[in-house]
Design a protein around this ligand. Structure first.
Ligand code: MN
Ligand code: MN
Length: 314
C-alpha cells in the first residue's frame, strides 16, 4: 500500500485525536482523584486554625487520617461521598436530573456517612416530606455543600452548550442549596474544570471565569488579605481555594497551601484538588498521596471519571 499525502495527513489527525482524548480522560481521572485526595488530606486538620495545625502537625503534608472524625488514613468524607452518589445517579439516568440527584443524596444520607452538612440534611429531610427536589430559595443557604460536589456535572456536561451545563449545575445544586452565591460558585467551578480539561492555561481561566464571578458578585474578591481558617460559607471557601490555586504552580503546593489554612480544610482541599487535578494531570499527583487514598474510593473515582466523560461521546 502506498502512503499518499492524504493518508499520512489522516493518520496524523487520528493520532492527534487519540492523544487528546487520552489526555482528556487522564485529566478527568486526575480531577476526581484530586477531589478525593484533597478531602482525605484536609480532613485531618478540619476545624483547626493555622496555628493549631502548626503546633500539632508542623506543615501538614501527608494523608494520615485522624482529625475530629477519627478517620482511617486515606478515608474520605461527605465531599467525595456526595460526588460519587451524584455521579452514579447521572450515569444511571444518562444525564443530570434534579429528582434523581435528590434521591441519590437521600440514599447517601441514609447510609450514615461520617459527616453531613446542616443545610444538606435540612433540605433532604424537606425533600422526603414534599417529594420536591428543589429546595426553597434562601439567602442563608450560602454554604459550600453544593459546590463541593460539582465535579460529576462538569464531566458529564463536557462539550455541551453553556445553557445545558448551567441547567444541570442548578438542578443538582438546588436539591440542597438554592442560593445565588452558591450558584455562582458552582457554575464557575464547573466551567473552570471544563476549561482545564480542554487544555486552557491558568491565566486564561482566571480571566474567563474567576474574574467574571467576582465581577458579578464582588463579595468573592480574593486578591486582598490571605483567607485563613475559612468557614463553610461559600465565599470564604472560594477565596481560600482561588488564593492557593492561582498563587502556586503544582498540584502538591496548591493542596498543601490550602489545607494548612485550616477551617473547612477537607472541602477547600477537595475543591482545590479537583481544579489542580484537571489543570496539572495525573502525572503531577504525588505518588505518596495516590497510594494513601482508600483503594475502593480511588477505583470508584477512576471508573466514574471515565464513564462520565464518555457520556458526551468523548
Ligand atoms: Mn467533609
Ligand atoms: Mn468540610
Amino acid at each position: 500500500m502506498f502512503w499518499t499525502r492524504a493518508l499520512i495527513r489522516r493518520a496524523a489527525r487520528v493520532r492527534r485525536r487519540v492523544t487528546s482524548e487520552r489526555a482528556l480522560g487522564e485529566r478527568a481521572i486526575a480531577a476526581y482523584l484530586g477531589l478525593a485526595i484533597g478531602d482525605a488530606l484536609g480532613a485531618t486538620v478540619e476545624f483547626l486554625t493555622p496555628n493549631e495545625i502548626r503546633h500539632q502537625h508542623g506543615l501538614h503534608r501527608d494523608i494520615t487520617g485522624g482529625g475530629w472524625l477519627r478517620l482511617k488514613a486515606g478515608q474520605v468524607t461527605d465531599d467525595t461521598g456526595m460526588s460519587l452518589a451524584l455521579g452514579a445517579a447521572i450515569l444511571a439516568h444518562g444525564g443530570v436530573e434534579a429528582k434523581a440527584s435528590a434521591e441519590a443524596f437521600d440514599a447517601w444520607m441514609r447510609s450514615k456517612p461520617v459527616d453531613i452538612g446542616n443545610t444538606v440534611r435540612r433540605n433532604l429531610i424537606a425533600f422526603r416530606k414534599t417529594g420536591n427536589p428543589e429546595a426553597v430559595p434562601s439567602e442563608h443557604d450560602a454554604g459550600n455543600g453544593a459546590a463541593m460536589r460539582v465535579l460529576p456535572v462538569a464531566l458529564a456536561c463536557y462539550g455541551q452548550t453553556p445553557e445545558k451545563t448551567l441547567a444541570a449545575s442548578h438542578a443538582q445544586a438546588h436539591t440542597t442549596h438554592h442560593n445565588a452565591l452558591s450558584d455562582g460558585a458552582c457554575d464557575t467551578l464547573i466551567f473552570m474544570v471544563q476549561d482545564f480539561l480542554a487544555g486552557r492555561d491558568a491565566l486564561d481561566v482566571e480571566n474567563r471565569r474567576a474574574a467574571v464571578l467576582v465581577g458579578r458578585h464582588p463579595v468573592f474578591a480574593y486578591g486582598r488579605k490571605r483567607c485563613e481558617n475559612p468557614s463553610g460559607f461559600i465565599v470564604e471557601t472560594i477565596q481560600a481555594v482561588f488564593q492557593s490555586f492561582f498563587a502556586t504552580a503544582s498540584f502538591e503546593d496548591c493542596l498543601i497551601d490550602v489545607v494548612n489554612r485550616g477551617g473547612d480544610a477537607d472541602t477547600t482541599g477537595a475543591i482545590a484538588g479537583m481544579l489542580a487535578g484537571a489543570r496539572y494531570g495525573l502525572q503531577a499527583i504525588p505518588e505518596r498521596w495516590l497510594s494513601a487514598l482508600d483503594d475502593a474510593t480511588s477505583r470508584q473515582c477512576e471508573d466514574q471519571a471515565r464513564e462520565l466523560i464518555a457520556l458526551g461521546g468523548h
